[in-house]
Design a protein around this ligand. Structure first.
Ligand SMILES: *Cc1c(COP(=O)(O)O)cnc(C)c1O
Length: 305
């Protein structure tokens, strides 16, 4: 159904890279598919196959009003011929919200849920109630991370990425990090840059790897100091970096995930974390659909592809 073809990548050229003898390349998951962008492509792939195999006609998931996951689930479900239902935190009445508008255009049924109810959304009584109201559905968790999602993200790396010494990804729920951890080679280091504030992510990732019996071949490091104030928060330094990155390399980034990840890696580069001869692959997990809504909310312009 959904098949990642060859994943494009962009080699970065900059005097600092020459000086430090570090190679930096960006794996463009933002370009794997026209409508199902980024890591969500990989996270949804086997979930939708499973939903079809179980003869479901609908998939249901949860997310915020600007969520990449909601956007991608709507698009991917449409391709798979499945009805999608999105349970949205807060109001869905904002006609101008580009994420919800795209989801709706792709055929997603949207239901707003108050923040209080939203917090209880994973309780089984609540899910049962939804089934009574909406009929049977295949449930995809918020953020999309489950065993089948990790099976999908395990396929991001391949023989084409075997020569890299370092791979870097943003972390949200960690499904992408887990799949990458599952497929790194013994000589590779995986850097996970947390988009959320707090140290809890370290333990959370340990748990996630344990739950899915992942024993990485290479080494892992999780970076918690690049959240820029917390999830979906930003600093002017981050916004400036995103513009600089676009002007220098022609690659658009988003301020929630990929901007923070690239910011972190450039900072680590400047601090000489990567030894001469390192070959570093930044995994661009997509998320560019969110830039429109970000600009609408904040008035801050961002580069768009
Ligand atoms: C969802 C998302 C992430 C986080 O992925 P997880 O698997 O939840 O860690 C990272 N980057 C982008 C652009 C995303 O949309």
């Amino acid at each position: 159904m959904l098949h990642p073809q060859h994943i494009p990548s962009t080699l970065l050229k900059h005097p600092l890279l020459d000086e430090l003898k570090v190679e930096l390349e960006v794996l463009r998951l933002d370009q794997v598919h026209e409508t199902v962008s980024g890591n969500k492509f990989f996270k949804l792939k086997y979930n939708l196959t499973e939903a079809l195999q179980q003869n479901h006609r609908q998939v249901l998931t949860f997310g915020g009003a600007y969520s990449n996951h909601i956007y991608a689930t709507a698009a991917a479900a449409k391709l798979a011929g499945l009805q999608s239902i999105g349970i949205i935190r807060g109001e869905v009445s904002d006609e101008k919200n580009p994420t919800l508008r795209s989801a709706k255009d792709a055929g997603m049924i949207l239901k707003g849920l108050s923040r209080e109810l939203y917090n209880d959304k994973t309780h089984s009584e609540f899910i049962d109630q939804l089934r009574q109201e909406l009929g049977e559905f295949y449930l995809i968790p918020e953020g999309g991370t489950n065993a089948l999602a990790i099976q999908g993200t395990t396929e991001i790396l391949s023989h084409a990425t075997a020569h890299f010494s370092h791979l870097a990804t943003p972390i949200g729920t960690g499904g992408t990090f887990a799949g990458l951890a599952n497929s790194i080679l013994p000589q590779q280091e995986l850097l996970g840059i947390s988009a959320l504030k707090g140290e809890g992510i370290q333990e959370e990732m340990k748990q996630l790897l344990q739950t899915h019996a992942i024993q990485p071949q290479g080494s892992l490091s999780i970076w918690t100091q690049y959240h820029q104030g917390g999830y979906a928060k930003w600093t002017s330094e981050l916004i400036e970096f995103i513009h600089w990155f676009w002007e220098s390399f022609g690659i658009p980034l988003d301020p929630i995930y990929t901007g923070k990840m690239a910011f972190a890696c450039w900072d680590l580069l400047q601090k000489k974390y990567f030894k001469p001869g390192s070959r570093v692959l930044l995994i661009h997990t997509g998320g560019l659909q969110g830039n429109l809504g970000f600009t609408q909310r904040t008035g801050i312009e961002l580069p768009s592809p």
